[in-house]
Design a protein around this ligand. Structure first.
Ligand code: BGC
Length: 601
């Protein structure tokens, strides 16, 4: 169990408290599209598309508004599919687009078989999927199975009476010490930030359980009807041509059936750990990580594979949102080879180090290959729940260079890569400055101003330097950051030294350079605490070397000799602006936070 608990808030808050804590460089890497057309369509390529994939997370509300209501929509995504194709992405994962009262912006689903009118219609959805397909981009849906909205018809029925057929779809329990005149105490001490995870329902005189907000009642996964229902929901979207699912908050599907109390979380001196609001933190070992979830995911995998059985089984990808304590803890989410679960459980241990520490990165990247039993890692640095990389890694001076470093780790260390919209142009976390402006009520109000919620990483995509950054002609649901004047797609598109060009080139290399695609990592120069270097190699193909400078000073490295080739001329594939092209492995000069990628000839 993760020591900081499973709640997304805990993770975000821990990160937060830890935080309060030219030359173009594009030599030899012309920015053309990888020739995917040659490979799409064969059984093997269909089955394996996700293994070296670049998956792009779209926050639909903030991507592109096309009807002037200030909220992004599906037609806006369709409008930018050419942009995404040019970037080189294989799939887009959309955070929930189902009808929702938006207590948690879509993560409170009211109807799993429809599209929220804010985002468009099923026709718009079908058009988006069809247009994406033409560009070899798959659409991945978010599947929220732990809880629903309290406005979902299932819950409305469930709370209507103790004898309703849907009563047992949710987790209901009597209060402790309840009498005719009092509701009694919640069934146990589960909760966070001083609030209980149980909510009293005065009508039917029982508590219901909600791991997240009071508007997100947990489904009762001990009831087999729930699994059956979700298999049908998954089939519904498979029939509409989606490329897979990202399973939300999957660790918390089952809770302790005996509802035992959580023990307090203690520090190494045995003292209770307090949360930012001063309440004792609980271990949260009883609210998740129960083995039954693996049975569910195995069945789900089999269900999805059976759907594709006559075509290409394994084509639809299952991605898991996981907060594994360490890399080896992730292994169980892949499942045994004969009964697989997720293809791609998210590998957070690499990206959420949140400190440019060479030794830790070296260890975690190596572990992603050695401790995952040959499975494919899915690295991810940013998402809609955490401050963007600029806050977690930037120094305010070299942020773009630091993002080159991190994107190189994301895209050149093997496996699949998950990136977040706007990272490719260097969008910065822009939290609200006034409490009354907070839109992420669930995340941002209770602990203001220590935690300002998640609005800061969900601001509108910055397309141009024009009005509202080209996001909307109306009034944007979240303010457009002032950085949009210089940080935007239009400005970066034609600039060979821009971050956008960097990302495009890096993705292109990932798809076309054999060692980046098929090679295995070997760490190099392993005592170096300032520069992280590794090579990617596989029999019969040229070795690729990657060196990234984690410091604000220039560095020089000598990578010649075992385990790297003793010698050899280097062909530069990509380097940071201002860097010279080294000709030999013995002497590679790196600018502050510089990156070098070269192929040994
Ligand atoms: C999502 C969050 C959401 C939570 C509850 C998470 O995994 O990424 O945005 O608040 O689940 O559904």
């Amino acid at each position: 169990m993760h020591p900081i608990g499973r709640s997304k808030f805990n993770v975000a808050l821990t990160i937060l408290s830890l935080m309060i804590c030219s030359a173009t460089g594009l030599e030899a890497a012309s920015v053309t599209q990888p020739n995917k057309r040659q490979t799409v369509g064969t059984a093997a390529s269909e089955r394996n598309w996700w293994k070296n994939a670049v998956i792009y997370e779209v926050y639909p509300r903030s991507f592109q508004d096309t009807n002037g209501d200030g909220i992004g929509d599906l037609n806006g995504i369709t409008e930018h599919l050419d942009y995404l194709q040019k970037l080189g992405v294989d799939a887009i994962w959309l955070t929930p687009i189902y009808p929702s009262p938006n207590a948690d912006f879509g993560y409170d689903v009211a109807d799993y078989r429809d599209i929220s009118p804010e985002y468009g219609s099923l026709d718009d959805f079908n058009r988006m999927v069809a247009e994406a397909k033409k560009r070899h981009i798959r659409v991945i849906m978010d599947m929220v199975m732990n809880h629903t909205s309290d406005e979902n018809a299932w819950f409305v029925q469930s709370r209507s009476s103790r004898t309703d057929p849907y009563r047992n779809w949710y987790v209901w329990h009597d209060g402790k010490g309840e009498t005719a005149s009092s509701q009694g105490a919640p069934p146990n001490n589960w909760g966070a930030f001083g609030r209980s995870s149980w909510e009293w329902d005065a009508e039917t005189r029982q508590y219901y359980y909600h791991h997240f907000s009071v508007h997100q009642p947990d489904l009762n996964w001990y009831n087999p009807a729930i699994e059956q229902e979700f298999k049908e929901i998954v089939s519904y979207w498979l029939n509409l041509g989606v490329g897979g699912f990202r399973f939300d908050a999957i660790e918390t599907l089952f809770e302790d059936p005996n509802l035992q109390n959580e023990a307090p979380l203690l520090d190494k001196n045995g003292k209770p750990v307090l949360d930012p609001s001063g309440h004792p933190r609980l271990q949260r070992t009883k609210e998740g990580d129960f083995p039954q979830v693996h049975t569910v995911m195995r069945q789900m995998r089999a269900h999805v594979d059976a759907f594709d059985a006559n075509q290409f089984p394994g084509t639809r990808v299952l991605i898991g949102e996981l907060f594994a304590r360490d890399t080896s803890d992730l292994l169980k989410w892949y499942g045994p080879p004969q009964t697989p679960e997720f293809e791609l459980p998210m590998d957070m241990p690499v990206a959420f180090i949140n400190k440019l520490d060479v030794a830790t990165f070296r260890e975690r990247i190596a572990e992603s290959e050695t401790k995952l039993g040959g499975n494919v890692p899915l690295l991810v640095f940013d998402n809609h729940d955490q401050p963007r990389m600029d806050v977690r890694y930037g120094d305010g001076v070299h942020d773009v260079a630091i993002q080159r470093v991190l994107s190189t780790i994301l895209l050149a260390s093997g496996g699949a890569s998950l990136m977040y919209y706007g990272d490719e142009i260097g969008m910065k976390t822009t939290p609200p400055t006034r409490k009354e402006d907070v839109k992420d009520r669930m995340g941002g109000l209770a602990n203001w101003p220590r935690f300002k919620g998640r609005d800061g990483e969900r601001t509108p995509m910055q397309w141009t330097d024009g009005s509202n950054a080209g996001f909307t002609t109306g009034s944007p649901w979240l303010p457009v950051p002032s950085t949009a004047a210089s940080v935007n797609v239009k400005a970066e598109e034609g600039d060979p030294g821009s971050l956008l060009t960097w990302y495009r080139t890096l993705i292109h290399l990932k798809k076309t350079i054999p060692a980046l695609e098929q090679g295995r990592n070997t760490m190099l120069d392993t005592q170096n605490t300032k520069v992280l270097s590794w090579m990617r190699r596989a029999p019969g193909i040229p070795v690729v070397l990657i060196s990234v400078n984690f410091t604000a000073e220039p560095q020089t490295v000598d990578l010649a000799g075992p385990p790297a080739p003793a010698n050899g001329a280097l062909k530069t594939l990509l380097k940071s602006p201002g860097e010279s092209s080294p000709s030999r492995l013995e002497h590679i000069e790196l600018e502050p936070f510089g990156v070098y990628i070269g192929q040994v000839q």
